[in-house]
Design a protein around this ligand. Structure first.
Ligand SMILES: *[C@@H]1O[C@H](CO)[C@@H](O)[C@H](O)[C@H]1NC(C)=O
Ligand SMILES: *[C@@H]1O[C@H](CO)[C@@H](O)[C@H](O)[C@H]1NC(C)=O
Ligand SMILES: *[C@@H]1O[C@H](CO)[C@@H](O)[C@H](O)[C@H]1NC(C)=O
Ligand SMILES: *[C@@H]1O[C@H](CO)[C@@H](O)[C@H](O)[C@H]1NC(C)=O
Length: 394
């Protein structure tokens, strides 16, 4: 605003000055001098106003974040210690598989990891809600109510990244759900993730579904629209990109909305509602933002979290793909080995086969899996998947 006003004022004064100077009437030289001085003074005043009232930093929302982008970067530059992995849990309330994670973190070095939990506002991890001490006092104080499939989900993710960026030791950021399990011990996962200078982000062209809303253009061009699993692992600079973004997020809030289920009470309005784009923000936001930031070259374009999809068509409103839940019976050593043996992923919309690599070495694709019931997680624990099984405590 100030720049525009300033430019207009200068243009106006120039106009006046030229007219006066070149006027054919017998202008007094004193009048000319007076005019010249007043122009000079006005310009001086405008200039000083401008330099003391620099525009606010619009690239950053101070209400949702506690650090400025430059500070994040400063922390990154200053750090040279043992790098940590930040484990970011997006929970509905408690962590039902905390006993398995407890054993996983027991077998780690405390200097090598940190934990952050986003749970429902007001929910407290204490002796009665979690037997594991690892999750006490690790909750975000500024957590929000999350609607599954809504943009509040990506806002919760951003809060987790933002909190974790405050610790300069955090160099990798793994987003996990409350039904995720680790398939390996800590040191295996640590070495795998740290060895790679890239983020692990499942990201592909979304050709089949029509979730892109043309109203997003030109903020989000169609060719940058991506789809992929919500369960991502980021390097620090990419976590900063997520936290610093405001523009793409607001386009998502406006135009990427979940289609509401058919509600008989709404009658004919349903026809209109069902025509609306059905967009699940958490399956598009990070992928699209990173594509728009020209960072796809810094990605392993796959997820580290395994999910089995099951199409159920039992109820009309729930029609679609749902993750299959592992229970005690189907989480045995044979099934777990089958997941661990997967070494490539095929992306049918791009005819792309992704051979799984970490820092160019061929590696198993998956380090984590969902969705696991407590029984299934119990079986992993007793089979020693995350380390030495110590079932005597449980
Ligand atoms: C744990 O937190 C819950 C919810 O805030 C509270 O109701 C409960 O009394 C707490 N339990 C203990 C042992 O502090
Ligand atoms: C962790 O797992 C890897 C691979 O499964 C194994 O080679 C290694 O010995 C394990 N390390 C510890 C400390 O248990
Ligand atoms: C902890 O980090 C150090 C330094 O990166 C590494 O040498 C060590 O193996 C890590 N410990 C575990 C249990 O992964
Ligand atoms: C798939 O979902 C249906 C309905 O929800 C369920 O009955 C069935 O057991 C599921 N199949 C598998 C393999 O999970």
């Amino acid at each position: 605003m100030t720049t525009k006003k300033g430019a207009a004022a200068i243009a106006w004064w120039r106009h006046v000055v030229i007219r006066w100077w070149s006027c054919k009437c017998k202008c007094q030289w004193k009048l000319k001098l007076l005019l010249f001085l007043s122009v000079a003074l006005t310009l001086y005043a405008l200039f000083t106003f401008h330099s003391t009232h620099s525009p606010p930093d619009i690239s950053f929302s101070s209400s949702s974040s506690s650090l400025s982008p430059s500070r994040h970067r400063l922390l990154r530059l200053q750090f040279d210690g043992v790098p940590k992995i930040a484990f970011l849990f997006l929970a509905r309330r408690n962590l039902p598989l905390d006993f398995l994670w407890d054993s996983f973190f027991e077998n780690a070095d405390v200097a090598n990891f940190s934990i952050y939990v986003h749970s429902a506002p007001g929910f407290v991890f204490n002796e009665s809600t979690s037997r594991s001490t690892f999750f006490r006092d690790r909750q975000l104080k500024n957590s929000i109510q999350v609607g599954w499939g809504e943009s509040s989900m990506i806002q919760a993710e951003r809060l987790l990244f933002d909190a974790a960026l405050e610790d300069p030791a955090n160099q990798r950021f793994i987003l996990l759900s409350d039904s995720c399990v680790p398939l390996y011990n800590f040191s295996f996962i640590y070495n795998y993730v740290m060895a790679s200078p890239k983020s692990f982000v499942d990201s592909f062209l979304d050709k089949k579904e029509n979730r892109y809303n043309s109203k997003m253009s030109p903020v989000i061009p169609k060719e940058k629209w991506r789809k992929g699993s919500q369960w991502i692992t980021l390097v620090r600079s990419h976590a900063e990109v997520i936290v610093d973004d405001k523009v793409i997020l607001s386009a998502f809030k406006k135009f990427c909305k979940r289609r509401p289920p058919v509600d008989a009470k709404k009658g004919k309005l349903n026809i209109k509602l069902q025509k609306q784009h059905n967009c699940i923000p958490d399956e598009h936001y990070v992928q699209t933002l990173l594509a728009m930031s020209d960072l796809e070259g810094e990605l392993e374009r796959r997820t580290l979290t395994y999910t089995v999809w099951n199409q159920s068509a039992t109820k009309m409103e729930n029609k679609g793909w749902h993750p299959f839940t592992f229970n005690f019976a189907n989480a045995g050593p044979k099934q777990i080995k089958e997941i661990k043996d997967i070494n490539h992923v095929y992306y049918e919309t791009e005819f792309r086969t992704e051979w799984c690599r970490s820092n160019s070495a061929l590696v198993p694709c998956f380090l984590f899996s969902r969705k696991f019931s407590q029984g299934a997680a119990m079986r992993l624990l007793s089979d020693g998947v995350v380390g030495h099984a110590d079932t005597s405590e449980v």
